[in-house]
Design a protein around this ligand. Structure first.
Ligand code: AP5
Length: 216
């Protein structure tokens, strides 16, 4: 199963990806997570990407393609994957199709997470992420048991530097301009299914699960 989760910042892509990964046994490939790991490790890619990410701008395609191709080459991707954050513009979507054609495969479905815009800023600004295991929380919707501490591994939670209100607003604009046109791109391929991600987490997870189970 090869799936894309599409949606604006704070739509719930990363959160839902964790449910899908467990239920369907496919790896979750988050371009944002790979980039953040590179920034943390201080790799050349991380050094180049950092400024774009902190400003809420897209990292240049030339840096993204090699990173994704390398991830597709790993053994766990052979049976499928769930893409989160990639593709993010038409050039990335076209290149993704080309990469998959070369691999003799294709995208099966794009799940579009739709959320009322006024909810997005509150979701992203209130998000907290574990520095160690990557578990995601929200200070109101999904708080950790002890404030600032991860329930799973007891390490410190952090606030992403691009989750300030100003940067989130820019990320939403970048989404509207560059990523939203992909809805039509995948409509033309008859591959898109929309889910109302304004609903509570378990309801959204159940809707996605039904769509993916029907795909089999
Ligand atoms: P990336 O990490 O991909 O960020 P994003 O797309 O902006 O998405 P987010 O991680 O903000 O949101 P999400 O939809 O995953 O929401 P989440 O599940 O966490 O990218 C970061 C940066 O990297 C980009 O700005 C860019 O610079 C660069 N980049 C990445 N990929 C790139 C690419 N392909 N090309 C170029 N540049 C790239 O949920 C948010 C919060 O809401 C959480 O706290 C969660 O608990 C809560 N929540 C979620 N769902 C619900 C619900 N149903 N009810 C209540 N609360 C909910």
């Amino acid at each position: 199963m090869r799936i894309i989760l599409l949606g604006p910042p704070g739509a719930g892509k990363g959160t839902q990806a964790e449910f899908i990964k467990k239920e369907f046994g496919i790896p979750h490939i988050s371009s944002g997570d790979i980039l953040r790991a590179n920034v943390k490790e201080g790799t050349d890619l991380g050094k180049e990407a950092k400024g774009y990410m902190e400003a809420g701008e897209l990292v240049p395609d030339s840096l993204i393609f090699g990173m994704i191709e390398e991830r597709f080459g790993m053994a766990d991707c052979q049976k499928g994957f769930l893409l989160d954050g990639f593709p993010r513009n038409e050039s990335q979507a076209v290149t993704l199709d080309e990469m998959l054609t070369k691999m003799g495969t294709k995208i099966d479905l794009v799940v579009l997470l739709e959320v009322e815009p006024e909810l997005l800023i509150a979701r992203a600004v209130g998000r907290r992420v574990c520095q160690n295991c990557g578990a995601g929380y929200h200070i109101e919707n999904m708080p950790s048991k002890v404030e600032g501490i991860c329930d799973k591994c007891e390490n410190e939670l952090f606030h992403r530097p691009d989750d300030t209100e100003e940067t989130v607003k820019n990320r939403i604009e970048v989404y509207q301009k560059n990523t939203k046109p992909l809805i039509d791109f995948y409509k033309n391929q008859k591959k898109i299914r929309a889910v109302d991600s304004s609903k509570p987490l378990p309801e959204v997870a159940a809707m996605i699960s039904k769509i993916l189970n029907d795909l089999h």
